[in-house]
Design a protein around this ligand. Structure first.
Ligand SMILES: NC(=O)c1ccc[n+]([C@@H]2O[C@H](COP(=O)([O-])OP(=O)(O)OC[C@H]3O[C@@H](n4cnc5c(N)ncnc54)[C@H](O)[C@@H]3O)[C@@H](O)[C@H]2O)c1
Length: 333
């Protein structure tokens, strides 16, 4: 490896651009190359960051001396690029969700383990300052309730001619719970240090009716059972013209609310008010952490392995399947 971590991108859309911008502030990161089936998008980022552009990621992997890859395609495109990255022995930062089907998740876990590559998934709330503080506060306490709310206006960002139309297709994004809800469910798993074992969900379109271009539920509500006994409720809606992102934990003598939209924690512990205003950017922390881990060749510096991210994926998939079938779903991986 040279003194910089040479990074190639597979997929050069919205999140790739956001990550590239943040990586310019991470010492030790070199933005070497960008690939996208829409070559123009790769060229735009390559030009901006002084890298090289490719239409085919296979060509980029063959021609570029890379150390790491950021996989930023939509999640229905995971297995083939992950296999290609593993075959080259490169470090992998895979965007969330880590897979689209359980079969893909299992196959990719096996591929990554066999190749022994350094790996992580872009579940950035694991790196948030408040996640760490809640873990400290919750340590050893029994939690009865975990209430998750994610309501915002994703449906209205996706204009009819937008390349992000796939977000509104159930067979490509999995809808609000899979596409975004996984972030909050994963953060709850990390803070509770627990796994979801069962999900029962309802999905509906109370605001935006389904159509040829909108095949997702606009709102999904899932009840979750965690292995240590906590009961969870997670509602995720994409038809709200605002931003409510919150996770609340309640136990015998405490209540804590992480208002993610304002990066603030408030609550009461044994009758005493607690509050904390964070100022961090978890995206920057996860990218800096990845670059540091690749440079040190040290998986233990990362807060999320691909395999563990797949546990959050499997739990989220159980909620999505439950909303589609009306049946209680066991979490299987
Ligand atoms: N961590 C976060 O907060 C966050 C935010 C946004 C998106 N994401 C995730 O990132 C992924 C991408 O989302 P986005 O919003 O950037 O989507 P996007 O549509 O803006 O960009 C995806 C790009 O991938 C390209 N692509 C598709 N198949 C490809 C292939 N085989 N090879 C190369 N390029 C290919 C598309 O042409 C497109 O340019 C999704 O899985 C999404 O869930 C994560």
């Amino acid at each position: 490896m040279t003194d910089k971590v040479r990074i190639g991108f597979i997929g050069s859309g919205y999140i790739a651009g956001a990550h590239a911008e943040r990586l310019t502030k991470v010492p030790g990161a070199a933005l070497a190359a960008f690939s996208d089936v829409q070559e123009e998008r790769a060229k735009q980022l390559a030009q901006k960051h002084n890298g090289r552009a490719y239409a085919r990621f296979e060509e980029m992997l063959d021609q570029e001396p890379l150390d790491a890859v950021l996989l930023c395609t939509p999640h229905h495109t995971r297995r083939t690029p992950i296999q290609a990255v593993a075959a080259k022995g490169l470090a992998l930062f895979c965007e969330k969700p880590p897979a689209f089907t359980i079969e893909d998740a299992r196959a990719c876990i096996e591929t990554i383990e066999k190749a022994g590559i350094l790996n992580t998934v872009g579940l950035m709330y694991r790196w948030a300052d408040i996640t760490d503080r809640v873990r400290e506060w919750l340590d050893g306490r029994k939690v009865s309730v975990c209430q998750i709310t994610g309501c915002w206006s994703v449906i209205y960002w996706v204009k009819p001619d937008s390349p992000s139309q796939w977000l509104l297709r159930q067979d490509q994004s999995g809808g609000p719970m899979m596409e975004q809800g996984i972030h909050l469910l994963d953060a709850a798993r990390r803070m509770l240090d627990d796994d979801v074992i069962e999900a029962h969900a309802f999905g509906g379109n109370p605001i935006e009716p389904k159509s040829a271009n909108l095949t997702i539920h606009d709102t999904v509500l899932a009840n979750l059972r965690f292995a240590k006994g906590t009961l969870g409720a997670h509602v995720h809606s994409w038809s709200h013209k605002g931003w409510i992102f919150q996770i609340r934990f309640v136990g015998h003598d405490f209540e804590l609310l992480w208002d993610i939209a304002n990066n603030r924690m408030t609550g009461k512990v044994r009758g005493v008010d607690v509050s904390y205003q964070a100022k961090d950017d978890p995206y920057e922390a996860e990218l800096a952490g990845f670059v540091k881990a690749v440079a040190a060749r040290d998986q233990s510096l990362l807060r999320c392995t691909y395999a563990d991210a797949c546990k959050s994926f499997a739990a989220t998939l159980a909620a999505v399947q439950s909303a589609l079938t009306g049946t209680v779903q066991k979490v299987m991986l």
